[in-house]
Design a protein around this ligand. Structure first.
Ligand code: PMT
Length: 404
C-alpha cells in the first residue's frame, strides 16, 4: 500500500469525536496525518487530542504567525496528497461549494491541487434542506471533490434519516483502497551507484555513476506501493523516504548484499549499478610509493551480481541496465539474452548531458519481442515511467505463470 500524506480537516459537529479514531486508524495504516480544525470543531474536541494521536501540531488559524513560520498554509496545501474533511458540516459544504477562503481549512482547499474528499455529517433536516442539496450538487460537479456519505440512521439529536458521518473504519478502508498502487505488496531490490575497487589504502578504481538513476527508481517504486531495498555503492544521495538502504563499497560486497536481500524476499530485481568489471588482484596493505618507472596493476574479473541473481533457480523478475556508446540495441539485446533477463534498459551514454552523473537520461527498454523508447527527460520523471512499464510486464509474466 502507498503511504499517503493526509490532511484531515475537522469541522464543527458532534461526529468530530469520531475523527480521533479516524486519525488512529490512518496512522495505523502507515499514513502521515496532519489535522486542521475549524473554530466550530474546537467546541467539540480539543486540538490536543488530535495532536497526541497524529504526533503533529494541529493547525486552527490562518493568521497564526508562529505556525506560518513553521509549515505555512501554502506549504501545508502542497504537502497533502489527499485532503479529507470529516466531519464536513453544512456550513463547510456551503463555503467549499462557493470557493470561499475565510478560514484555514477553506483556504487550504483553495490552495491545494490534491483530491478533496468530504464526509458530510449533519442533522437529517439540514442534509435534506434545498440549499444544502444545491451545494452538494455543485460539489458533485467539481472534479477535485468527492463526497463519501452521508449514511442513514439514528442521529445524536434523536432524529432518524440521512446525515450520519460514515464510520471511521469505513473512511479509513476507502482511503486505503485509493492508496493501492500498481506495485502494492511487491518486493523490489535495486542496485545503484558505482563500486570502488581498492588498489591500496588510499586509491581505488571506480566510475562516474552518481546513483541518481537507481535512487529515482527506488523512490518511484516506493511511490507505486512497493517495498524497496536499495543496495547502493558510495554516492552523495539521501535514501528516498521509506526505502531500506544497504550501503556497499566493492562489487563483491554488492553481490553479497544483493544476494542476501533477494534471499529475504524479492519479486523484482533491478540492476542500475555501474559495477566495476575488474578489481586489482590484490590490495596493497600500505600506500604504493611512486617510483620512476611504470606501475602495472594486475586485475581480476569481478562477480556479476545481475547474472548471478537472474541465474538462480527461483529467480525474481530481473531487469538489467546497459550503458553503451555504440551499437546500443545490439549490445543491450545480447546482454539480455546472455544474462537471462526479463527486460533491459539501454542507455546511449555517448550523448552529452545524459546517462552517467547527469540529472537527465534517455533510454530504450527491450524485452523479448518488444521495445519502447523514452525521450530525454529528468531521471525522476523517467523513473516513474520505467516503474509503470516494469510493473506492467511483471504482472503479465506473473499472471502467465499462475495460469500454467
Ligand atoms: O548512476 P547515474 O549517474 O544516475 O547513471 C546511471 C547509469 C548510467 C549508471 C545507469 O543508468 C546504467 O546504465 N547502469 C548500467 C551501467 C553499465 O555499464 O552496466 P554494464 O553494461 O556493465 O552491466 C550490465 C548490467 O549488469 C547492469 O545492470 C549492471 O548493474 C549489471 N552488472 C554488471 C557487472 C557486474 N559485475 N555486476 C552487475 O550486476
Amino acid at each position: 500500500m502507498v503511504q499517503k500524506r493526509i490532511l484531515l480537516g475537522v469541522t464543527g459537529g458532534i461526529a468530530a469525536y469520531k475523527s480521533a479514531e479516524l486519525v488512529r486508524l490512518l496512522k495505523k495504516s502507515g499514513h502521515a496525518v496532519r489535522v486542521v480544525m475549524t473554530r466550530g470543531a474546537e467546541a467539540f474536541v480539543t486540538p490536543l487530542t488530535f495532536q497526541a494521536l497524529s504526533g503533529e501540531p494541529v493547525r486552527t488559524s490562518l493568521l497564526d504567525p508562529e505556525a506560518e513560520a513553521g509549515m505555512g498554509h501554502i506549504e501545508l496545501a502542497k504537502w497533502a496528497d489527499t485532503v479529507l474533511v470529516a466531519p464536513a458540516s453544512a456550513d463547510f459544504l456551503a463555503r467549499l461549494a462557493q470557493g470561499m477562503a475565510d478560514d484555514l481549512l477553506t483556504t487550504l482547499c483553495c490552495a491545494t491541487e490534491a483530491p478533496i474528499v468530504v464526509a458530510p455529517a449533519m442533522n437529517q433536516a439540514m442534509w435534506r434542506n434545498r440549499r444544502t442539496q444545491r451545494n452538494v450538487a455543485l460539489l458533485a460537479e467539481d472534479p477535485q471533490v468527492t463526497l463519501w456519505g452521508p449514511d442513514q440512521g439514528e442521529q445524536a439529536c434523536g432524529d432518524t434519516g440521512p446525515g450520519r458521518m460514515l464510520e471511521p473504519q469505513e473512511l479509513a478502508d476507502r482511503l486505503n483502497a485509493c492508496a493501492e498502487g500498481p506495485l502494492s505488496g511487491v518486493r523490489l531490490v535495486i542496485t545503484a551507484g558505482p563500486t570502488r575497487e581498492p588498489i591500496d589504502p588510499v586509491r581505488y578504481i571506480s566510475n562516474h555513476s552518481s546513483g541518481k538513476m537507481g535512487y529515482a527508481l527506488a523512490a518511484a517504486a516506493r511511490a507505486a506501493g512497493a517495498e524497496v531495498t536499495l543496495v547502493s555503492g558510495p554516492v552523495n544521495l539521501e535514501a528516498p523516504a521509506a526505502v531500506r538502504r544497504v550501503s556497499v563499497v566493492t562489487a563483491e560486497d554488492m553481490l553479497a548484499a544483493a544476494g542476501l536481500a533477494v534471499d529475504q524476499g524479492c519479486d523484482i530485481f533491478i540492476a542500475t549499478a555501474a559495477v566495476a568489471d575488474y578489481r586489482p588482484t590484490t590490495c596493497a596493505d600500505q600506500k604504493i610509493k611512486k617510483t620512476a618507472g611504470e606501475l602495472s596493476l594486475a586485475l581480476v574479473r569481478n562477480p556479476d551480481t545481475l547474472a548471478t541473481i537472474a541465474g538462480r533457480a527461483n529467480a525474481p523478475f530481473t531487469v538489467g541496465f546497459a550503458a553503451e556508446t555504440t551499437d546500443v540495441a545490439r549490445y543491450a539485446n545480447d546482454k539480455m539474452q546472455r544474462k537471462h533477463l526479463n527486460m533491459i534498459v539501454a542507455n546511449d551514454v555517448s550523448r552529452p548531458g545524459l546517462g552517467f552523473n547527469s540529472d537527465d537520461n534517455a533510454v530504450t527498454v527491450f524485452w523479448p519481442g518488444g521495445q519502447q523508447a523514452f525521450a530525454p527527460q529528468s531521471k525522476t520523471l523517467l523513473a516513474e515511467q520505467l516503474v509503470a512499464l516494469i510493473a506492467d510486464h511483471y504482472q503479465t509474466v506473473r499472471s502467465n505463470t499462475t495460469q500454467q
